[in-house]
Design a protein. Structure first.
Length: 116
């Protein structure tokens, strides 16, 4: 009985030192891109960040912390709405937004983007 108990304890202790299975964590963001004519494209962005030129300088922000991205047609500025309610305005540095969709990669010109 003592040997069985020692064996069970040994197995349990050895399990503590075995490396756990590595869980692959993906930070995939799914977005809905709305064009100026009202069309919608659903997919995952190819780039996980957005580059913006603001009055304070250039910034690169992860899409995961943003709630909405809006293009202002009157000023050609892009307004970023953060999850916490903050806003940041500036010029989007890219010329197009790339999405992975069910139909393959789609490249949408920023001039056609109303919001993401």
């Amino acid at each position: 009985m003592k040997k069985v108990l020692v064996s069970i304890v040994a197995v349990l202790l050895s399990a503590l030192y075995l490396p756990a299975e590595e869980v692959q964590q993906t930070n995939v963001v799914s977005v809905v891109l709305t064009t100026q004519d009202g069309s919608r494209i659903v997919g995952s962005p190819v780039n996980a960040e957005i580059a913006l030129e603001t009055t304070f300088g250039s910034v690169s922000l992860p899409l995961a912390i943003l709630k909405v991205i809006e293009n202002e047609t009157s000023t050609t500025n892009t307004v970023l709405h953060f999850e916490n309610g903050d806003r940041l305005s500036g010029k989007w540095q890219d010329e197009a937004f790339m999405l992975k969709t069910a139909f393959g990669e789609q490249k949408v010109s920023l001039a056609l983007v109303k919001s993401i």
